[in-house]
Design a protein around this ligand. Structure first.
Ligand SMILES: [Zn+2]
Length: 132
């Protein structure tokens, strides 16, 4: 099963917000180093369950649904200058990874300014996650 990365599958309100966030992000200097990409849009209950079992989410997909299951959440990731994906387990480690941490921080701030919830504010930090 491959990840749904199609923005068209997000609800219209989130689609518009994401495009505005992307524009704003691209106006920041950090975007010259890290490009914003969509990693995941919608998810089936089954896919959600797998993430739950891996300890990556509180939502099991059945009793507790994720906003991804209804098109109200998007996960992002960054790519570097040469297009290489940056998958950092600790993206907000400002000491070891100052620049990419800053990229996540800026992204989260922009998302919040657009009225979205940013997973970086949660107890189970999810820096690449935004939802409405
Ligand atoms: Zn997510």
């Amino acid at each position: 099963m491959s990840k749904d990365r199609n923005l068209q599958n997000a609800v219209p309100e989130l689609r518009l917000a994401y495009n505005a966030i992307l524009d704003k992000y691209n106006s920041k200097w950090i975007s010259r180093f890290y490009s914003l990409n969509i990693d995941y849009v919608t998810r089936t209950a089954k896919e959600q369950k797998v993430l739950f079992m891996l300890g990556r989410s509180y939502c099991d997909g059945y009793k507790k649904k994720s906003k991804h299951q209804i098109g109200k959440a998007i996960d992002i990731f960054f790519t570097g200058k040469k297009g290489r994906a940056i998958w950092s387990g600790k993206p907000l480690d400002f000491v070891r990874y100052p620049r990419v941490s800053l990229a996540y921080w800026i992204f989260g701030g922009i998302a919040k300014n657009h009225g979205l919830t940013w997973g970086g504010s949660w107890n189970m930090r999810d820096y690449g996650h935004i939802q409405i």
